[in-house]
Structures are given as C-alpha cells and as structure tokens.
Design a protein around this ligand. Structure first.
Ligand SMILES: NC(=O)c1ccc[n+]([C@@H]2O[C@H](COP(=O)([O-])OP(=O)(O)OC[C@H]3O[C@@H](n4cnc5c(N)ncnc54)[C@H](OP(=O)(O)O)[C@@H]3O)[C@@H](O)[C@H]2O)c1
Length: 428
C-alpha cells in the first residue's frame, strides 16, 4: 500500500467533527478503495476540551492558521471554519501557496473568491476541491465532471437550500403562512436565528454560481446571479398554485443563452408532473439536462454533519488517488451575464382587487398594452363591499421587462389594493 495521505481539519464544528468521525469509522474501507490510508495528522480549533465523540488525541493541535499552513507534515488542509473572508480565506490562500491541497465546504468563500483561489491552486499544481459546497451530500460536481462529461449541458437547476424547501413544503402541507412556519423551523433547528442568508436566496445563489461554473466552464460569477428569496410567498399563492397544477419551489437555475450565462434564484411555479416538484422537506435535488443523456436528477441531503462529511471525504479520496484538479477549469474565462430583463418565461400574477365593474378590463388592458398575453384567470368569489378579493392570472411566455412594466401599471390602478404578487412559471 502507498504511504498515507496526511490531512488536517481546520474547524471541528458540525462538518469538521463529521469528517473526523467518518474517517475513524470507515478508515479501512476507504484505504481499500483509495489504495492508501487517509490519516488525520493535525487539527486547528479553539476549543480542545469539547467531547466530539471521536478520539482526537493523536493529531497535533495547532494554535494558529499560519502554523497549520506551514506544517510540513500536512499534505491536505480541509477548511471547515466557514465565512466569506477572515481565517478561512487566509488559511486557504496560505495552504495553497505552501503547495498543499485544499478541500472545503465553504460556498460563501468560493462564490466570492473561487476564481482567485482556483488560479492559485493551478499555479501551485495542487487540488482545490469543493464537492461539499454544492448541495451537501449530493455528488453533483463529480457527476458533471465525470459521468456527464460527454454532454453539452443545456440547463442545470436545483433545490439547493434545505431551509427554504422545508419552509415551502410545510406551508403547502399545513396551509400556514411564511412567518409561522419560519418560527417553527427556527425552533426545530432547520433555520438559523438570522435566517436571511437562506430565505433571501443568497445561500442558493452561492451554490448556483459554483454549479454553473462547473457545468458551463469558466469563472464563478456570483455577481451575475439574479436573486429573489421566499419571504413574499404566501399560503394563498401556494393554494392557487396547487389549483393550477403547480408546486412552489425555490430553485437556482442556470443556462447559456444567446445573451450569455443566465443564473437565476427565485421562487418558481413548477408543474406537478416534474420530479423536482416532489422533493420535500430539507432534501435537495439537482437536475442536469445534457444533450445526449437527457434529464438526470440527483436527490439527497444537502446539509448535516454526515452527508456533508461524505462529500468532503470523497474529495479526499480523489486527492489520495491523484485524480483531483484545481477545482475550476478556466477561472479566467468570463461568460457574458444574460440580463434578467431579457429573460423569457411565463408568469403567475396574484392581485387583490375591489370587486367592481371594469376592474378586470383595466388589468387586461395593462397587460395588452405591454404585449403580455393572458393564459388563464381565476376570480375567487365576491367580496363584501369594500373588501378586496384575489384574482389570479397566468400568462403565456413573455419578456420579463414587459411583465414588469405591466405590473407597474397594474399596481397603480385604484381598484388594486395590495402590491401585486408575481411568481415565475418554469417549464421543467
Ligand atoms: N453544516 C452543514 O450542514 C454544512 C453543509 C454544507 C456546507 N457547510 C459549510 O461548511 C463550513 C463549516 O460549517 P459548520 O456547519 O461545520 O460550521 P460550525 O459548526 O460553525 O463549525 C465551524 C468551526 O470552526 C471553528 N472556528 C471558528 N473560527 C476558528 C478559528 N479562527 N480557528 C479555529 N477554529 C475556528 C468554530 O469554533 P467555535 O464554535 O468555537 O467558534 C467551529 O467549531 C461552512 O463553510 C459551511 O457553509 C456546512
């Protein structure tokens, strides 16, 4: 057997502890598959006393990231501290510069600094591996790089944030509103105290930018991602969606269009018959559409100590076997960003209107004037005098810009009582 691969874990929190436990429990079978052992030789962590349910008496405990990056006995640094900048970024830069391979689950850091880090890894001839940064335990990057490598990717999309999917699934099952379900998710530990990164779509956007860079080649373009979260999705919209044969999901979607790379994160109306419509709770799923393979969907746990550790260790096995690269093929190549105003798609609109003669005609006129063609309309009951009733309209394919202009005109109508709600309809 070849000499062991000597690794260090920086950050023994949820994922770091999971990785240490996995290596301890499955060490023999990993050695068998990789042809060498993966040995935890060092750690970087502030709290030494905490019982992590795994024997950590053998590895060396480093006090600072500089000490770890300079440790000549370490070949791979596994960065599991987290954070866009700070210690995580400094450590990764130093480790790569020192000629060490890096494995990380840190999507925020890579979304912002991935190009620079991948270029550094390529320059030093070492690996920068980040399977765990996109959809946790789902091996989607490996699938794109290996099993699907023969295809031109037409489109890639997915449910990339378990917190949002849990909230939307619960809203649909229990017919409760967003605020109620969010509070419950926080109590159960499915949502953070400050949930904004998740519910405002930022976490999904981080992952989408990485996924798109791998699927379409070229640089990570986080700034080019259009992002809209789920705060405005209401129980009423979920009810209407179901009446129309849709489910509402927060998706990250990317494709190359004639206008450039389109990357979007927003709530989507997804037809009931699409496999991804049935991915529930904290589960994630990623769909790749390839020109020869057609549609491939991978579903699994997108977070948690064990699934994320599974992805981290898969990267370590690749490094042990000498088959890992710098992470991004062409970090210097930038695709043009496709402007969101030119996005073409169908739309769901919900208005709260006063039930008066001529209201629908005014709304229809606004749509007609902006060349938006209606597909269906649902008008719910008759409200008591002075009370608004919901009207739902779905449109045929149109340009986002026209839709937004029509929406502005509709919002100004005296009989329209609340800000109109718009959700994009995706044909998947
Ligand atoms: N959790 C998941 O399911 C999951 C899934 C996919 C990706 N990720 C990514 O994986 C990374 C780690 O996430 P996590 O959930 O494991 O976070 P976590 O539980 O907060 O763990 C981070 C650990 O790093 C330690 N740490 C912080 N600053 C340090 C420093 N200067 N030196 C040494 N140790 C330091 C923390 O110690 P203290 O607690 O004492 O500060 C903590 O033990 C993040 O980038 C995250 O986005 C997580």
């Amino acid at each position: 057997m070849k000499p062991p691969l000597k690794i260090a874990i920086a950050g023994l929190g949820t994922v770091g502890t999971g990785v240490a436990q996995l290596l301890a429990r499955n060490g023999d079978l990993i050695a068998d598959r990789a042809g060498r052992r993966i040995e935890l030789r060092a750690v970087l962590e502030k709290d030494r006393k905490h019982d992590r349910g795994v024997d950590l008496s053998k590895p060396k405990w480093h006090g600072t990231f500089r000490e770890l990056a300079a440790d000549p006995g370490i070949e791979v640094v596994v960065e599991l501290i987290g954070g866009t900048e700070g210690v995580a970024l400094d450590l990764v830069k130093d480790a790569l510069s020192a000629g060490k391979h890096v494995v990380t689950a840190n999507k925020a850091m890579l979304a912002h600094h991935g190009n620079e880090l991948a270029a550094l890894a390529a320059k030093r001839g070492v690996a920068l591996a980040f399977e765990a940064a996109v959809a946790g335990g789902i091996p989607i990057l490996k699938a794109l790089r290996e099993g699907l490598a023969a295809n031109t990717v037409k489109r890639v999309y997915g449910i990339l944030n378990g917190t949002c999917n849990y909230i939307l699934s619960q809203m649909s099952d229990s017919r409760r509103d967003f605020g109620d379900v969010l509070k419950e998710a926080q109590k159960l530990g499915y949502a953070e105290k400050d949930p904004s990164f998740d519910i405002d779509g930022v976490d999904t956007a981080h992952k989408l930018a990485l996924l798109a860079a791998v699927a379409f080649g070229g640089a990570v373009d986080f700034k080019g991602v259009f992002v809209e979260g789920i705060r405005h999705v209401s129980a009423l919209d979920i009810e209407f969606a179901e009446e129309l044969g849709y489910r509402i999901k927060l998706l990250g979607l990317a494709r190359l269009t004639a206008d450039g790379l389109e990357q979007r994160v927003h709530p989507c109306m997804v037809q009931e018959s699409a496999p991804i419509a049935h991915v529930e709770g904290v589960f994630n799923a990623v769909v790749v559409e390839g020109d020869f393979v057609g549609r491939v969907m991978l579903e699994g746990r997108g977070a948690g100590a064990e699934p994320t550790a599974s992805a981290v260790v898969a990267d370590l096995i690749d490094i042990a076997m000498g088959r890992a690269g710098p992470g991004l093929k062409n970090p210097a190549v930038r695709h043009k960003t496709a402007p969101m105003e030119r996005h073409k798609g169908a739309y769901y609109l919900r208005l709260m209107v006063l039930d008066r003669p001529g209201v629908i005609a005014d709304v229809a006129a606004a749509l007609r004037d902006e060349k938006v063609s209606m597909e269906q309309m649902i008008q719910r009951g008759r409200g008591p005098a002075g009370e608004a009733v919901p009207v739902v309209i779905t449109t045929h394919e149109t340009i986002e810009d026209s839709m937004l202009r029509a929406l502005k005109r509709i919002a100004k109508l005296k009989t329209v009582r609340e800000q109109p709600r718009m959700i994009r309809v995706e044909t998947l």
